[in-house]
Design a protein around this ligand. Structure first.
Ligand code: GLU
Length: 487
């Protein structure tokens, strides 16, 4: 296989998980690095768990992360269709080949019979493998079972395939990430490749698709390692070239358990809704198993692609540190060009009437409030005082700041003076300095003077730069708010 062709093959039984996003990213990087193709395949053989909303979510999330595919359900390609449910007529043909070659056999066992086998194994404290009861049924026996109305499933004959291509029951392969892996295939059990309803199982469909789509490298989570052994045997039984496999360690929560909802967001779209930037998220996700050669962790996907070597991916599990992601996100928010940031913040400002601000005022508001943002959504609570006529005063601010005699004195003096000021930032800066100076002479700390004004105008004791706030609000609103804070 000369051309590098890799794929991400999500099952649409949920929104795109960050773990799948990482697998997609590593495949994408590997393709970029090797001038290969990155393919999207939708594995929707399990009709009951599939939904169009999840398929849309997978598309949108991968696109939002910048992981654009060269071939896939929407863009097409030479090896389509790229949605498994549209390929159902392809699989039986290959199942038939395996049947004819003796690498598969019909199994008429009912779910109840199989359940009984499993129970017996559990009782005997043995790992369950299928008994191969149906391996050697005669034509007459099969005919009889068919007449009973039983529909056969097809099972893969592991021992036959293993004997045909290997010396003993040990199957080995050289994993791109983990090095040599091996397994005793006697432990796998003859697994079903076609269900009795005529649909393929995951392990079968995936091999047929990877074979027909000429996939050269399969990079996926290590939870698929036991599947890989099964899949290698199917490739061999079909006389197909076996792709190279690479298995990534799992992503664990900070408490080392499986990453799940109770730890926080897990789907890419959830992170986006919470106010994470996709550039930050993808940069963070890349570091789950990969480390930059220059130690510089903040990198774009293109920069990562240049530095990416599959053999250097860590084979161990990675911890999903939400704190680190938060740090990265705040960094990306700080670095984002202002016009982009203004747009990206808008979904989190819908409760305010943005038309109250001119574009210049909105720009300035974003400039002076972006610094402490960890999430884009933090903007919602950071800016209420830029909108509306009056302002909501926090109770402690009322009692601890505005109700003091000093504050009242400051506010009265402020109104008296500020009515004659120009409300541009430069001028306000100078005026406030003189204003503070006067109160300092009377023994009132500049900080205390400013607190009083801030409290009256914003209802808070902390927030963005004061001169910027005053300039954005303008003289009328500021004086009205200060007046209403005066008793
Ligand atoms: N549909 C499988 C999954 O979502 C894909 C596994 C594979 O990459 O083969 O886990």
């Amino acid at each position: 296989m000369s051309e590098v062709r890799v794929r991400i093959a999500p099952s649409p039984s949920g929104n795109l998980h960050v773990g799948t996003a990482r697998t997609a990213l590593f495949n994408y990087l590997f393709a970029k690095k090797n001038n290969g193709k990155f393919i999207l395949r939708i594995e929707d053989t399990d009709a009951e768990r599939t939904s169009q909303a999840y398929i849309d979510n997978i598309f949108d999330s991968l696109k939002a992360l910048g992981l654009n595919w060269d071939e896939g359900p929407d863009v097409g390609g030479d090896y389509g269709p790229y949605t498994q449910s549209e390929r159902f007529d392809i699989y039986p043909k290959y199942a038939q080949i395996l049947l004819e070659k003796g690498f598969a056999y019909e199994c008429f066992c009912t779910p109840e019979e199989l359940e009984a086998e499993k129970e017996l194994a559990t009782k005997n404290k043995q790992a369950y493998v299928y008994s191969k009861k149906c391996e050697n049924l005669t034509e007459e026996e099969k005919e009889k079972l068919r007449k009973e109305g039983r529909k056969p499933a097809l099972r893969f004959n592991i021992a036959k395939a293993q004997k045909a291509f290997h010396e003993n029951s040990i199957l080995k392969f050289d994993d791109l990430v983990k090095g040599e892996l091996h397994m005793d295939t006697d432990l796998l059990g003859d697994f079903v490749i076609m269900k009795s309803n005529g649909t393929p199982t995951y392990n079968f469909a995936v091999v047929i698709d990877d074979m027909l789509m000429k996939i050269s490298h399969v990079i996926r989570g290590e939870d698929h390692i036991s599947n890989t052994f099964k899949q290698i045997l199917i490739f061999e039984a079909l006389g197909a070239e076996v792709p190279r496999f690479g298995h990534l360690g799992m992503i664990l929560a900070p408490d080392r358990s499986k990453l799940s909802k109770r730890h926080g967001a897990t789907a890419v779209s959830e992170f986006v809704e919470k106010g994470y930037l996709t550039d930050a998220l993808i940069n963070f996700v890349a570091l789950l198993g990969w480390s930059p050669s220059d130690g510089q962790e903040i990198k774009t996907v293109d920069e990562i692609a240049q530095d990416f070597r599959i053999g250097e991916i860590s084979s161990s599990n990675s911890i999903f540190e939400y704190d680190k992601l938060n740090w990265m996100n705040s960094h990306y928010i700080k670095m984002l060009p202002i016009e982009e940031l203004k747009e990206k913040l808008k979904p989190y400002l819908t409760q305010y009437d943005l038309s109250e601000l001119t574009d210049a005022q909105y720009t300035r508001m974003v400039e002076v409030t972006r610094e402490p943002l960890t999430l884009l959504s933090d903007i919602t609570d950071a800016v209420p005082y830029f909108f509306g006529e009056g302002v909501e005063i926090e109770p402690e601010v009322q009692s601890d700041v505005l109700d003091t005699e000093t504050s009242q004195e400051v506010l009265k003096e402020f109104v008296a003076q500020a009515k004659d000021w120009e409300f541009d930032e430069e001028n306000l800066h100078e005026k406030l300095e003189v204003f503070r100076g006067k109160f300092k002479e009377k023994g009132i700390k500049p900080k205390v003077t400013m607190w009083a004004i801030r409290a009256a105008v914003t209802g808070r004791t902390r927030g963005a730069d004061m001169t910027a706030i005053l300039a954005i609000l303008g003289k009328d609103k500021v004086i009205a708010r200060v007046n209403s804070a005066i008793k």
